[in-house]
Design a protein around this ligand. Structure first.
Ligand SMILES: [Zn+2]
Length: 252
């Protein structure tokens, strides 16, 4: 493809999102760790757009982070409370009030989010014991996913963008942060989807789908283990069907 890219949001320059994004302040520091396959496959790049929406955030691409200088600096700084957003037994659930301002004390909350499928996220953790050892944080989404693009099969699957929105809502309810611009992430998300749906309806375009997207309620659940393998982290939705099965087949 010869289209000129914006190297900030990684969309074609003619569709660049940057002018419509205001980097929002937050108390919490957000660190997005993106698996390289996610960068290749998730054309919409919601992880990157989310990062651009948050002034105190950074994004790093990689598979193992134990030797990653700035990631390790954040984890080891005693002034930080570094936590990994990863739903699991023993994770503190923000929506249940498991993390309170008193737990932080004077420390800076630093949350790490893995921008990857479940299988790839597990691999990232296996290769990065320092991430594995982080205390874990989770939340209960307040809304089912708005992600129609990926034909998301399971209720409660969220894109990275929506997951961060839900995380910010939960942080605000816990008194840990303020969330002044909730419309921004969701508005961006809606506009991005409008654009992709328009492309899907246009036979002249690359993303055209012969069959229209079905209503969320009519979609099939993934079959067997293949579906589970393709599910994104935080139960974050499914890969585009054509791109996922072969590429993710050998996560180990
Ligand atoms: Zn841009």
């Amino acid at each position: 493809m010869s289209r000129e890219m914006c190297y900030r949001c990684f969309w074609p320059q003619s569709l660049c999102w940057c002018p419509s994004i205001t980097a929002m302040p937050s108390r919490t520091r957000f660190v997005f760790l993106m698996h390289p396959k996610e960068f290749k496959q998730e054309k919409a790049g919601t992880g990157r757009l989310t990062h651009l929406c948050l002034a105190r955030s950074e994004i790093h691409m990689g598979v193992e982070f134990d030797a990653h200088e700035s990631v390790q600096a954040l984890i080891q700084d005693p002034r930080n409370l570094a936590m990994l957003v990863y739903p699991s037994a023993g994770a503190r659930n923000l929506s249940r009030g498991d993390l309170q301002p008193a737990d932080l004390g004077d420390r800076q909350l630093v949350v790490f989010l893995l921008d990857a499928t479940w299988a790839l996220a597990k691999k990232m953790l296996r290769l990065s014991p320092s991430l594995q050892r982080l205390p874990r944080l989770m939340f209960t989404p307040s809304a089912p996913s708005r992600y129609v693009i990926k034909q998301q099969p399971v209720e409660g699957c969220l894109s990275t963008l929506e997951a961060t929105h839900e995380l910010l809502l939960a942080l605000e309810r816990s008194g840990l942060d303020e969330y002044p611009l909730p419309e921004q992430l969701l508005g961006l998300f809606a506009r991005m989807q409008d654009y992709q749906l328009r492309c899907a309806r246009d036979p002249a375009r690359e993303g055209y789908r012969r069959r229209a997207y079905s209503a969320p309620a009519d979609r099939l659940r993934p079959q067997g283990s293949t579906g589970a393998r393709r599910t994104r982290l935080f139960n974050l939705g499914e890969k585009p069907p054509a791109a996922s099965a072969s590429d993710d087949a050998n996560p180990a």
